[in-house]
Design a protein. Structure first.
Length: 256
């Protein structure tokens, strides 16, 4: 485990990148700095106004990881995410996703993940095959599995995320790399930063057959309109959670 202090105007944006590309175990946000714990090396953080300082990590000292206050997350009235050690709330009868909590980006806590889940829930149309680009821990692919989809593909450029997704969904085809490593899928979701979505859009659209729904998530307000126009499809729903927006498009089931 390693501990870093992020400072500067770009610290929050850097934290978003870490949530996607590092195994984030805990975050404490102060008035002027952000302290973050994760395993392994830090990915490249190309921000102009950012300071990164590694702090001494004492494995024997109690560290605030966020696990102490774990609870189920009601993403929508009929959609719940919880770690396996937290009991299902009494009386809940909707779609339930049980995800071991590791990186917060993949366990339902991050606003971008919640936006993606809510959007996917809103446009879900039972595709026979489903793809998850930038899968993280596999929570969005898990949604498709729980809803009955049996042909699931996923990818991520982070090896630890690929390992976590394979453990969560052993029958899914999870590859290390971008969408170019995946087979074509009828339904598709991509939850990444806006810059990453724009860069990978051509490969994302080649992977999507357009027969069923597409969801793009991870967009900040200034990115939404430009990225949302890229698929050239009719937008069905747009949902914002915190600072992040997800856009959903319905497919054309009869398309060949």
């Amino acid at each position: 485990m390693r501990m870093f202090e992020l400072g500067g105007a770009d610290a929050a944006a850097a934290l978003d990148v870490l949530h996607v590309h590092a195994d984030v175990q805990g975050v404490v946000e102060g008035d002027t700095t952000i302290t973050v714990w994760f395993r392994g090396d830090a990915p490249a953080l190309p921000f102009a106004d950012l300071s990164v300082r590694e702090l001494p990590y004492d494995a024997d000292a109690p560290q605030p990881t966020g696990l102490e206050q774990d609870a189920s997350i009601l993403v929508a009235a009929d959609l719940l995410v919880r770690p396996p050690w937290v009991a299902r709330p009494a009386g809940f009868h909707g779609v339930e996703l049980v995800v071991p909590r590791g990186g917060a980006f993949g366990s339902g806590e991050h606003d971008s993940t919640q936006a993606a889940l809510r959007c996917l829930h809103a446009v879900w149309d039972a595709p026979p095959s489903f793809g998850d680009v930038g899968t993280g821990s596999g929570i969005l692919a898990l949604y498709a599995h729980v809803r009955g989809c049996r042909r699931i593909a996923a990818c991520d450029i982070d090896a630890a995320s690929v390992a976590a997704a394979r453990e969560l969904l052993p029958e899914a085809d999870v590859t290390l790399g971008g969408p170019e490593t995946m087979a074509s899928c009828d339904g598709l979701v991509a939850n990444m930063t806006g810059t990453e979505l724009a860069s990978a859009m051509a490969a994302i659209l080649r992977c999507w057959t357009r027969r069923h729904a597409l969801v793009l998530s991870g967009l900040r307000a200034h990115e939404v309109d430009a990225v949302a126009a890229m698929p050239g499809a009719v937008e069905a729903v747009r949902l914002t959670v915190g600072a992040f927006t997800a856009v959903g498009y319905r497919g054309a089931p009869g398309r060949r």
